[in-house]
Design a protein around this ligand. Structure first.
Ligand SMILES: O=C(O)C1=C[C@@H](OP(=O)(O)O)[C@@H](O)[C@H](O)C1
Ligand SMILES: C=C(OP(=O)(O)O)C(=O)O
Length: 420
């Protein structure tokens, strides 16, 4: 059921401290690594939202035991991987790209499906790669069935990962458990979202897996055990960006506690972006503090950090000059075609946004109220909330979609505004 939501205008500077739940990307990697490990693991402060609950449910169906710890943690006990399972991917890229490589290790049939919108997200590369590595799987999109043989020969595979870094991450995460390990070589246009592959490599190494990423566009994972361990999940920095943006567009000040001093999360790039747009940005022991000022238009290549695009667009509509965003053609295959969706919604409120071949051009113009459609995309919904802080009468047509990666966005937003 969709949930219409009148966005609240800020009426003044937003000043708040906003603790942000755990990272989707770290939580779902840690869950996969824990489920294929040789000993139990603990995930501390994991994200519990639709994408991670679907991942946990799918891994349970494949044989892992995942239980709630007393302090909100997850305790994961790996089990013999088995088939006769159904995996609901929802609209989660991490579930649909990271789990087929795990299912190839299970004995028996695993049926994958997801939301209607998930059926058009690019998948063929992962499935083709698994076939090349020895798996029995038909099709090149959801829904599909993989008949696991209880193991996979593995070896070398050449793929075109220009549509999603998750194709690479998925193969690497399970690769140590394949007989020959895995070598993934990319050929094609540049791979987007490289920090996410760096996160995968870093987490594999933390789990004791030997990974060689020294070659350009080539990643080698040696066969061997994956260690069980304790994973501390950082706050989700991409999900922090709408709250930081609230300070930016209202001239207020928002502190996100627990911002890591060093991280592989792509969302960390928001610090540089907000500074370039004219905000004051301070990373200190208490977290990341952003103070809004007069916003400037910017010319940015977001190829590495595409998931920040909806937030950046919601900032750019209030800037003093135009903004050009480049390197994000792959966003057409995200939760929705984000380039088309952002243009339609900005222009629907009287704005001036235009699609380019690989991005967007935004010329700021006075906006009016109206419906901001979310397209089942959590980041479209949060972008509408940001715009609504300055534009009276904005209604997000489905705020419930934020639960993909944030358990209670409306509550967090109201709490932030209540602190003004
Ligand atoms: O591996 C991950 O956790 C992610 C990789 C990126 O995907 P793409 O490479 O498809 O952009 C990113 O946009 C997504 O939100 C999360
Ligand atoms: C692209 C995103 O998600 P997914 O993990 O579903 O690809 C995103 O969260 O912006």
């Amino acid at each position: 059921m969709t949930q219409q939501w009148p966005a609240r205008t800020a009426g003044g500077p937003v000043n708040a401290t906003v603790p942000v739940p755990g990272s989707k990307s770290i939580t779902n990697r840690a869950l996969v690594l824990a489920a294929i490990a040789d000993a139990p693991s603990v995930l501390r402060a994991p994200l519990r939202s639709r994408d991670t609950l679907l991942m946990a449910e799918a891994l349970r169906a494949l044989g892992a035991r995942i239980e709630d710890g007393p302090d909100g943690s997850w305790l994961v006990r790996p089990g013999e991987l088995r088939g006769s399972a159904r995996v609901d991917c929802g609209l989660a890229g991490t579930v649909m790209r990271f789990l087929p490589p795990v299912a190839a290790l299970a004995a028996g049939e695993v049926v994958f499906d997801g939301d209607e919108q998930a059926r058009v997200r690019p998948m063929g590369t992962v499935l083709g790669a698994l076939r090349a590595l020895g798996a029995d799987v038909d099709g090149d999109a959801l829904p599909f069935t993989l008949r696991g043989a209880g193991g996979l020969p593995g070896g070398e595979v050449v793929i075109d990962a220009s549509a999603s870094s998750q194709f690479v991450s998925g193969l690497l995460l399970s690769g140590a458990r394949y007989d020959k390990g895995v070598v993934v070589a990319h050929e094609g246009e540049p791979v987007p979202s490289l920090p996410h592959i760096e996160m995968t490599v870093a987490m594999l190494r933390e789990a004791g897996v030997v990974v060689d990423d020294s070659g350009r566009d080539t990643w080698r994972v040696e066969p061997g055990p994956v260690a069980g361990r304790e994973w501390d999940v950082e706050p989700d920095l991409s999900n922090a960006t709408p709250f930081l943006a609230a300070a930016a567009v209202t001239g207020g000040e928002v502190l996100v506690p627990g911002w890591p001093a060093a991280t592989t999360q792509a969302g960390d790039a928001i610090r540089g972006i907000l500074a370039e747009m004219g905000c004051s940005v301070e990373l200190g022991a208490d977290g990341l503090r952003v103070r809004g000022g007069e916003l400037r238009g910017v010319d940015l290549d977001l190829h590495d950090v595409g998931e920040l695009t909806p937030t950046v667009v919601a900032l750019a509509v209030f800037a003093s000059g135009p903004t050009v965003l480049r390197g994000i053609a792959h966003l057409r295959g995200h939760e929705t075609d984000r380039l088309a969706a952002l243009v339609a919604e900005v222009n629907g409120l009287g704005g001036d946004a235009e699609e380019t071949e690989d991005g967007l051009l935004i010329r700021p113009r006075a906006l009016r109220g109206g419906t901001w459609r979310a397209y089942a995309d959590h980041r479209m919904a949060t972008a509408g909330a940001i715009v609504g802080l300055r534009v009276p009468g904005v209604e997000v047509d489905d705020i419930g979609t934020t639960s993909k990666t944030i358990p209670d966005f409306p509550g967090m937003w109201a709490a932030m505004l209540g602190q003004r």
